[in-house]
Design a protein around this ligand. Structure first.
Ligand code: MET
Ligand SMILES: [Zn+2]
Length: 793
């Protein structure tokens, strides 16, 4: 029996759009306001202008401005923070400073902290490079609906004919993304507060409805994580929460004074992937008017699990919002048409959308004027993706012939890409195919340790830094001048050499044992490598929000990777020529290079990682030939790419570890290989860290007061380890006694033969005054500890 498809509430939508403005206007407005150069009113005006421009563009690109299709994610700093503000979920430790509703100033206090109040913690949003502010929940957290800001924004845009959808993190995800506040009792889980938080959401919805919102979006992205899926799999929690929130929806949203709900999932399959669609079905039966499935990372819902959709719209998230590639429209249309059959037979209607918010991609390809000529036709940033969504919706509604021209263009772009010379380079493929296990295996750790001790002659508890030294205004100016042609390349290089000489001299004065060149030539630890590899293209305007007002500009990996020539060697060997102390050469590891880039969708990440590893392997060989005896390969993003689902993790850890081992596998026995990890909790990937088989691992530890050293000790980690003893994330200079205390903690867990003394991370964002003082204390603390050790034997 073939059924007639139902008409969806809206034909197409996107789950969110970049918020920072096409020319990063919101960043500038925020920073001007924080610096006291503009009033709060001026900030609101600037933000409204950015949002209006975005909504106009979305409408121009084909989204309907009247029926709930326009996204309404209008966060100034972070979408999770906006939800914290709307719930007035102020942590106890801020209670004195924020006694009432969370207004704009209070939200910035939560986000940025002040002298008495450390900011809320920043953590990566799922497996993305976007950081959110972690809610802190305890048994006594109060939840009070505060829709003021959402209502203001809604009304301001409604007046301009844009019926946007106020967007919040949904209650389940909000609590799953939260952590227990420090004052919460042992064993407390924020999810214990579900009923209380749901009551506040219900109140928010009522008030938003009263203010005229037709739709509200509640993001339930966390239902795709291991914990969220477990919660959703019980078959009643989702239904219980959403029937409270959507009770009035079936009776007719407007008359009941409640807006209709759109509840997207995303970042993978929601709930149990073996029953694709069960979460969407439960939501629809609870009265949610529009649900969503991530068709890029997740499994397509099936009628048998969807059950009765009671007329709800299911948004098929077919356009990838995490990459920069043009959609394969023909394949997508096929997938949507099969999905439509499932949705129709479950009694729902199909709309077309993105897999997640477009906040993870830049605004538009059309801004890029300097990409290699072949590349623009292969790409789709946010605006181009909106067009794809609208085109596919037309194809679903009117049939393939209605979009035949677009399908043809999509096919042509795919063919051009597949046939392009740099997409597959035979020599690179041959070299990878010829690799064997021996290429990943250095000599045994004990012989390495002996050979390196003899070659390097380091004292016990050697001191070093993580690589970068402060990037002063002068360094940035010189780089900008060189790029703009205001100084010649020769002048720029001369400037860099002077800078390196200064940094080497400073380290000698400070008495550090293993020196670095300071990385002044690097704009960014990944972009610099991307610029020196073939197969990679940097963008000019491809900014993506990382957190708050900060944005990064990931380069695009489009082809097979090759390294035309050694590029770190000139700087590093110049630095080495200025000192008799060992000088450590710095490289960025394959996983981190990929994690902080836009990667290919036509090759497994594993293959790209191997290619980058080979390029690094060649660089390491060249560094060794230039006499460099210590080489650090940074992998701060190792933990970040860990898949959300446990079943996918082992495979990732295998290839990521192997790519590191491939990069360093050619190093001689006497060459000491270091690695550096930061930014995340590494406790759960200790096995992988150990398997990297680096001779020395430096790891962020100061803020957690060396928590990781106990884990490393109980794991039995036997090689060199440098837990950070100086928190470089703040300008605060630790006293010698504070550093000494952290060294002592480390020494209770680890052997003095394996301990290194170093900061948590690179010093690039610090100023010289604080860096010099802190490093002086670090060297003194190490000397003190050495004396104490010597006295013990
Ligand atoms: C985010 S890890 C940074 C490592 C790099 N070598 C630096 O010192 O800046
Ligand atoms: Zn670091």
């Amino acid at each position: 029996m073939s059924q007639q498809p139902l008409t969806p509430a809206f034909a197409s939508t996107v789950l969110g759009y970049p918020r920072i403005g096409a020319a990063r206007e919101l960043k500038r407005a925020l920073e001007a306001h924080w610096a006291g150069r503009s009033s709060e009113e001026e900030l609101h005006v600037a933000a409204h202008a950015v949002q209006s421009a975005d909504l106009r563009r979305l409408t121009d690109l084909g989204l309907d401005p009247s029926n709930g299709a326009l996204p309404g994610d209008v966060a100034y700093y972070d979408q999770v923070l906006e939800t914290t503000a709307a719930l007035t979920a102020v942590p106890e430790r801020f209670a004195g400073a924020i006694p009432g509703p969370v207004d704009t100033a209070a939200a910035f206090l939560l986000a940025r902290g002040d002298a008495e109040h450390p900011a809320l913690e920043l953590t990566k949003y799922f497996d993305t490079n976007y950081h959110y502010l972690v809610p802190e929940i305890s048994p006594s957290t109060t939840f009070v609906a505060n829709p003021d800001r959402l209502v203001q924004v809604l009304l301001a845009h409604q007046a301009q004919g844009h019926a946007l959808r106020p967007t919040l993190v949904g209650p389940l995800s909000y609590l799953l993304l939260a952590k227990a506040a420090a004052d919460a009792p042992e064993g407390f889980d924020p999810v214990d507060r579900l009923d209380d938080v749901v009551a506040a959401y219900a109140e928010l919805l009522t008030q938003l409805g009263a203010a005229g919102a037709q739709w509200v979006q509640l993001d339930e992205h966390a239902l795709s994580t291991e914990r969220g899926a477990a919660l959703a799999a019980d078959g009643h929690t989702v239904a219980r929460v959403y029937s409270v929130l959507a009770r009035a929806a079936e009776a007719g949203a407007e008359s009941a004074g409640r807006p209709r709900l759109f509840v997207p999932t995303g970042y993978g399959s929601a709930g149990d992937p073996a029953r694709p669609g069960h979460v969407q079905g439960e939501l629809a039966r609870a009265g949610v008017a529009a649900v969503h499935a991530d068709l890029v990372r997740g499994v397509a819902p099936r009628a048998q699990y969807l059950g009765d959709l009671v007329g709800a719209t299911l948004v098929g998230g077919i356009v990838n919002s995490r990459n920069v590639w043009r959609n394969d429209l023909r394949a997508s249309l096929d997938a949507l048409i099969s999905l439509q059959a499932q949705v129709t037979s479950a009694g729902g209607a199909l709309a077309v959308g993105t897999a997640t918010s477009l906040q993870h991609v830049p605004h538009t390809v059309s801004a890029e004027q300097n990409l290699p000529a072949h590349l623009p036709q292969w790409l789709a940033f946010a605006d181009e993706k909106v067009t794809e969504v609208a085109t596919l919706a037309r194809g679903v509604a009117e049939g393939a012939q209605a979009i035949e021209q677009e399908l043809g263009q999509s096919d042509a772009a795919r063919e051009a890409r597949a046939g392009f010379a740099g997409t597959r380079i035979q020599a690179v493929r041959d070299r990878l195919a010829a690799l064997g296990a021996a290429d990943l295996q250095r000599s045994d750790a004990a012989s390495r340790s002996t050979a390196q001790a003899a070659a390097l002659g380091l004292p016990p508890l050697p001191t070093t830094t993580i690589g970068s030294f402060p990037q002063t205004g002068q360094v940035r100016t010189a780089r900008a001048d060189a790029r703009a042609g205001r100084i010649s390349e020769a002048e720029y290089h001369q400037f860099l050499r002077q800078e390196i000489a200064r940094v080497v001299e400073l380290q000698e004065q400070l008495g550090l044992d293993v020196l670095v060149h300071g990385e002044p030539e690097r704009n960014d630890m990944v972009q610099y490598f991307a610029e020196h590899f073939d197969g990679y293209a940097p963008t000019e305007f491809g900014w993506v929000q990382s957190y708050g007002s900060r944005a990064t500009r990931p380069a695009i990996l489009w082809g097979d990777v090759t390294r035309p020539e050694a590029f770190t060697v000139p700087w590093i060997s110049y630095a080495a020529s200025l000192t008799n102390k060992p000088l450590k050469g710095m490289l960025t590891g394959p996983v981190t290079i990929l994690a902080w880039s836009f990667v290919r969708d036509d090759e497994p990440l594993e293959v790209s990682a191997q290619q980058v590893a080979l390029a690094l392997r060649d660089e390491i060989e060249d560094l060794q030939d230039a006499g460099i005896r210590i080489i650090q390969v940074d992998e701060p993003a190792l933990r970040e790419l860990l898949p959300l689902r446990a079943t996918d993790q082992a495979d990732y850890l295998r290839w990521s570890v192997d790519s590191f081992r491939l990069a360093v596998g050619g190093a001689e026995t006497a060459t000491q290989i270091h690695t550096h990890l930061c930014y995340s909790e590494f406790g759960e990937v200790l096995t992988a860290i150990d398997a990297l088989d680096a001779d020395v691992t430096s790891i962020e530890a100061a803020r957690s007061r060396m928590e990781v050293t106990a884990d490393l000790a109980s794991f039995g980690f036997s090689r060199g380890i440098g837990p950070g003893v100086y928190d470089i994330h703040s300008p605060r200079v630790p006293s010698q006694a504070e550093v000494a205390e952290l060294v002592d903690i480390a020494l209770t867990d680890l052997s003095p033969h394996q301990l290194w003394i170093n900061p948590d991370c690179g010093l690039k964002t610090r100023g010289y005054a604080e860096t010099e003082a802190a490093l002086r204390h670090l060297v003194q603390a190490a000397q003190l500890a050495r004396t104490a050790l010597a006295a013990r034997v």
